[in-house]
Ligand binder design. Structure first.
Ligand code: SAM
Length: 300
């Protein structure tokens, strides 16, 4: 269960979800036709002190203690969809950030996203990375040990997005008078509803004309998953109570509507459609659950 002002490291609570999606990117890298090439994802997974290793290759199953005789389980189905989806969303957002054509980029709740180390940024780009301190500390340590080289100027900003992150970002050198690109990937439902609305509003106050905000809207997908038997089983081997990570009882405005109301020009694309177009259809699980998220690109 979440509490007000809760903190975590990379192997607990919401921090662990950053590791899980990194595992998805590692799997993607080992497919014959990867949509993204993230060489650092496997390093993160390998260095994290988890009770069991997370899979990093397409042929590795998710550790499911309820598996009988090597049978395929609902957890395997979920991991197949989830890891496939990671490749699709990573590539979509890679492109959206590079297409933004700006030299200030803010990755909100960056987790183990290694875009600062793997994308071909224009010269002079600064990437600000916001997340809780313990998550950023783990990331820094792994990347330093691995000898990873930044492909832009990277500025880590350790702050909680329910606290004064705007002050911390400005203090780190972000210039709100110049255009920028912000990304909220794998974030919104992990925030309380009021903090989510406030975050979108605050990004509006920080973005000069010519800016882009890219958002993953997965609240509806997570709401459906909350009722799927795969979700609690998925986190259990890692001691993570997946169904307790988000509070979807609170009313949340659709991010696209909130952004339109705040003067942004907004395009919404279904993740499922992108996956289909790129030859990576997202299976519907045998439980009927689908991963119906949306990619929201807002410009002003
Ligand atoms: C699913 S991971 C996504 C990480 C990254 N964006 C990616 O897609 O690889 C969720 C991330 O959100 C971060 N997060 C969630 N709530 C946060 C908060 N209130 N303040 C700072 N970071 C937060 C977690 O620490 C974690 O790194």
């Amino acid at each position: 269960m979440r509490t007000e002002g809760d903190r975590w490291d990379i192997v607990s609570s919401v921090g662990w979800t950053a590791l899980m999606v990194a595992a998805g990117r590692a799997v993607e890298r080992h497919r014959p036709d990867p949509l993204v090439d993230d060489p650092w994802a496997e390093h993160f997974v390998g260095r994290a002190d988890t009770p069991q290793p997370l899979p990093t290759h397409p042929d590795q199953p998710w550790p499911d203690p309820e598996r009988v005789d090597g049978e395929r389980t609902v957890v395997d189905e979920f991991w197949t969809v989830m890891s496939t989806y990671q490749g699709v969303r990573s590539r979509f957002f890679d492109r959206a950030l590079l297409d933004a054509g700006v030299d200030q980029v803010v990755l909100l709740a960056v987790g183990l996203d290694a875009r600062a180390y793997r994308l071909d940024w224009p010269a002079g780009t600064t990437v600000f990375e916001i997340d809780q301190e313990q998550v950023l500390d783990f990331k820094d340590e792994v990347l330093t040990t691995a000898g990873a080289a930044q492909r832009c100027r990277r500025v880590a900003v350790g702050v909680d997005l329910r606290d004064d992150w705007v002050g911390a970002l400005r203090a780190a050198g972000f210039d709100a008078d110049r255009p920028s690109a912000f990304l909220a990937e794998g974030l919104l439902p992990f925030l309380p509803a009021a903090a989510e609305s406030e975050l979108l509003r605050l990004v509006g106050t920080l973005t000069a004309p010519g800016s882009t905000l890219v958002v993953e809207n997965f609240a509806a997908a997570f709401a459906q998953l909350q009722h799927d038997p795969a979700l609690p089983r998925f986190g259990r081997p890692f001691g993570v109570e997946m169904t307790g990570l988000v509070d979807l009882t609170e009313q949340r405005p659709h991010p696209a509507e909130a952004l339109r109301g705040d003067g942004w020009q907004v395009e919404v694309t279904a993740g499922r459609d992108v996956a289909q177009r790129w030859g990576r259809p997202l299976e519907t699980m045998s439980t009927g659950t689908t991963l119906d998220s949306e990619f929201v690109v807002a410009r002003r």
